[in-house]
Design a binder for this molecule. Structure first.
Ligand SMILES: [Zn+2]
Length: 407
């Protein structure tokens, strides 16, 4: 079942309103909606029995939900009482959709996502290294146009969600820059041509979107500290405490890749500085050495991540050094936030041998009282979670307004 939104309570009233006080009757309506969402065989009397509400409360809530097209009556169910058949209630999970985008390798990937977190349609477009801002905008809009055709005719498209990488001013919806495509700069999602679109755009940082999805998919991650540590083309992190992601207004956070690990190093980093962790261990820094080792790796190739899963990788001298550097980086990151759990993501960690070495080295460096207190886990294909979590803010806003009682 792909209904992650349903399974993990992302739409339950407490999550929906982030703990903000709401009227008792609004909360009751939200709870009625949530019960119907969880079980497609639910009847009005089931909801009443489960929640202990008056039948007039349940009927009024269901009436408004049906008027808004959020809930439908389906097959009649025999109650055993002559002349009193009843109906099962279903949430129309295609009532709202969002077109969501994320970037991985050299691709912009987009999908139409419904309320249940189902991907109804998915398409992607290649962005070569020389892609500039205008080309990106053109390709984004082309992909958006194609995906719009796949929005179900009965569905209301709430908007677009995107999680760019690099430096992103989330508040002003501005993609400031990224190192992967150095010619993409200052893409303002509130300016033309985006401002001419009939729907709003939500902009998120990509690692925060990954973390948000993980917390929705695993409710235990919403307790205590959860950290993402990414090792791939770049190196970075994200951190949440009790389900809330810690952010910065400066456009970046958890920038462990650009912390200085070697003050005497002459290795130039793509950020313009020297001695950064990325210059020692990021994929962009290791690429020349990997190619010198005789491996035909093309960073634009779709099979790139799979090529990195080979056992050969561990024997490349630069990679050996990279493991040491990353283990220290992970240790430093842990020491800053002391999270209860660390999720390792990115192509290098999807190589089982590399992940094993890094985790072993990291654990060995911890003081004995902390060794067993932090869990470290590899999450494969983590960026796909952005397709779902980039839609959360739009779904939440729509549901918040529809779950307020009108009467
Ligand atoms: Zn740097």
């Amino acid at each position: 079942m792909s209904n992650l939104l349903l399974q993990n309570g992302i739409l339950d009233p407490d999550r929906l309103y982030n703990g903000i006080a709401i009227r008792a009757k609004d909360r009751q309506k939200a709870l009625v909606f949530h019960k119907i969402l969880l079980d497609p065989t639910m009847t009005r009397s089931d909801v009443r029995a489960l929640l202990g509400f008056r039948s007039s409360t349940v009927s009024a809530a269901v009436k408004e939900l049906m008027e808004d097209g959020l809930v439908m009556e389906t097959s009649k169910i025999t109650t055993g009482i002559p002349g009193r058949p009843t109906s099962a209630l279903n949430v129309d999970i295609d009532r709202f959709t969002v077109i969501s985008f994320y970037l991985e390798n050299r691709y912009l990937i987009g999908a139409v996502v419904n309320l249940a977190g189902d991907v109804l349609s998915e398409k992607k477009t290649f962005l070569p290294v020389e892609t500039d801002s205008d080309t990106f905008i053109h390709k984004f809009l082309e992909l958006q146009k194609e995906l719009s055709k796949d929005v179900p005719s009965s569905s209301e498209l709430l908007g677009l969600g995107i999680s760019p990488l690099g430096t992103v001013d989330v508040e002003h919806k501005n993609w400031i820059r990224c190192y992967r495509w150095s010619k993409i700069k200052d893409v303002g999602f509130t300016r033309a041509p985006f401002s001419e679109l009939p729907v709003p755009i939500v902009v998120r940082r990509n690692l925060e979107a990954v973390l948000d999805y993980q917390m929705a998919a695993h409710s235990s991650y919403r307790k205590g500290g959860t950290a993402i540590f990414h090792w791939g083309f770049g190196i970075g992190g994200a951190f949440a405490l009790d389900g809330f992601i810690i952010q910065s207004a400066l456009g970046r956070f958890g920038d462990i890749g650009h912390t200085k690990v070697n003050s005497e190093s002459n290795l130039a980093c793509r950020c313009g500085s020297r001695g950064c962790l990325e210059a020692e261990a990021a994929l962009w820094a290791l690429l020349p050495e990997l190619r010198n080792a005789g491996f035909q790796l093309d960073e634009d190739n779709h099979g790139f991540s799979n090529a990195l899963k080979g056992e050969w990788l561990i024997n490349v001298p630069g990679v050996k050094h990279g493991i040491e550097a990353i283990s220290s980086g992970l240790y430093n990151y842990f020491r800053m936030f002391h999270p209860d759990r660390i999720l390792l993501i990115g192509p290098f960690f999807e190589n089982p041998l590399l992940a094993k070495h890094v985790i072993k080295s990291f654990k060995a460096s911890l003081p004995s009282d902390l060794k067993n207190k932090v869990s470290v886990k590899v999450v494969e294909d983590a960026f796909r979670g952005c397709l779902i979590s980039n839609a959360y803010p739009l779904f939440k806003d729509a549901l918040k307004s529809h779950l307020i009682c009108r009467s």
